[in-house]
Design a protein around this ligand. Structure first.
Ligand SMILES: Cc1cc2nc3c(=O)[nH]c(=O)nc-3n(C[C@H](O)[C@H](O)[C@H](O)COP(=O)(O)OP(=O)(O)OC[C@H]3O[C@@H](n4cnc5c(N)ncnc54)[C@H](O)[C@@H]3O)c2cc1C
Ligand code: SF4
Length: 366
């Protein structure tokens, strides 16, 4: 990120230059030494993976657990708790929260190949269990796949790559295109079943003339967004989708029924909050808070603020009003004769950190 500054500085000074700031791409880091700096400094990447330096040295780059830049586990909670890391639950408490070999080897069936399912599978396999992971779609990653579409979220996809590699390294038996159902679960003859079936977008019906898509449909390219868009819902997904579309040169408005977007100030780490709100402002995304959507017409979306109605011009309407737990499998299996657990978004819709921490906490004790 700061390479260009380093390059200029290197020509002006004759003392060693230490460069920091998202230098976790080892190729970029190596290329920078000598031209932009003399030393690379790692901060957050060391929280995400304390072995990053060794892994780079040994060419095991695919095994590096990437820092997401989310601040959820580190700077975002520094005022209330010790520093840890969203993708590395043991960070900051390694001595008391590490992994030990399983006392008895068991067969564990994990239903769902999102981040919660893959963290469960990784930890269980590492501890010596036999793990089978079934994913109903043709790919691993779950909600990180739409989540990682915007360029500024690319580290989410790197995290999926990290987990895919871990599945191979730890010998997890992965079955894609395999939905676990109440009927098929028994056929795996597992000792323990972990449901990690995630969440799905809440649907919204708006009366009127324009179709309403979900943010996931647009992010995944299943629906095209025109050059004039109204997004209903100013939570994290709505705002990030708005920014991603505005960065493509589209005119975007966000309508939020609450007084503030992003779940109000303080709901997410302040550095990410300010970065996102500043960028929305920079890309001229119009934000309408305390505003209710009434209907759509061929001209756009009719909204009401303080009793006054107006039309926001739009050809595409996206509803991003949250996600709901996909917990049907757990509900069907929970009274089985073997232990059945429910983790991640299918237990409670939250975020990457809670999905990983929840999975780690369960898997280290099985
Ligand atoms: C667009 C978007 C952006 C986001 N941005 C962020 C962010 O910036 N920061 C953040 O912290 N969080 C973010 N989140 C939330 C985060 O992605 C989720 O909290 C997290 O991915 C949940 O992981 P999970 O494994 O519990 O569930 P999911 O990711 O939903 O994975 C569940 C998996 O289970 C599979 N499955 C379901 N039923 C079955 C079955 N019966 N058998 C087999 N497989 C099954 C599904 O196909 C899916 O792959 C975002 C979410 C979205 C959608
Ligand atoms: S909590 Fe997020 S930003 Fe902080 S080190 Fe971990 S992944 Fe990086």
């Amino acid at each position: 990120m700061y390479r260009e500054f380093g390059r200029i500085l290197k020509q002006e000074v004759d003392v060693p230059i230490i460069l920091a700031g998202r230098m976790d791409n080892p190729e970029l880091a190596e290329e920078s030494i000598g031209t932009c700096c003399d030393i690379i400094s790692y901060g957050r990447p060391l929280l995400a993976d304390a072995e990053i330096a060794t892994k780079i040295k040994e060419g095991r780059v695919e095994e590096i657990r990437p820092c997401l830049g989310c601040h959820e586990g580190c700077m975002g909670r520094i005022a209330n708790a010790t520093v840890s890391c969203a993708v590395n639950p043991a960070c900051g408490r390694e001595n008391i929260y590490g992994l030990t070999p399983a006392l008895q080897k068991k067969k564990i069936l994990v239903a769902g190949g999102g981040i919660a399912g893959m963290e469960t599978a990784r930890v269980c396999a590492l501890r010596g269990h036999d793990v089978v992971l079934c994913e109903k779609s043709d790919h691993l990653g779950g909600n990180l796949i739409p989540g990682g579409v915007p360029h500024f979220k690319r580290y989410d996809l790197k995290l999926v790559d990290y987990y895919k590699r871990q599945m191979e390294l730890q010998g997890v038996e992965v079955h894609l295109n395999t939905e676990v159902t109440a009927d098929t679960a028994k056929s795996f003859q597992a000792d323990i079943i972990v449901c990690a079936s995630g969440s799905t977008p809440k649907q919204m019906t708006v009366n009127g003339e324009l179709p309403v898509y979900t943010a996931d449909e647009v992010l995944l390219g299943k629906q095209d967004a025109s050059d004039q868009i109204v997004i209903i819902g100013g939570g994290l997904v709505g705002c990030e989708t708005a920014l991603w579309l505005a960065q493509q040169g589209k005119k975007v408005s966000v309508v939020e029924i609450l007084p503030e977007i992003l779940g109000e100030h303080g709901a997410m780490p302040h550095m990410n909050y300010y970065m996102l709100t500043d960028l929305l402002n920079y890309h001229k995304v119009d934000i309408y808070t305390d505003t209710k959507v009434l209907k759509t017409t061929s001209d756009g979306v009719v909204v009401e603020t303080d009793g006054t109605q107006k039309v926001l011009p739009a050809k595409t309407v996206i509803a991003s009003i949250g996600y709901k737990e996909n917990n049907m499998l757990y509900e069907q299996l929970k009274d089985s004769e073997i232990p059945v657990y429910n983790i991640g978004d299918s237990r409670q819709v939250h975020n990457i950190m809670y999905a990983i921490w929840n999975a780690y906490e369960l898997a280290r004790g099985l």
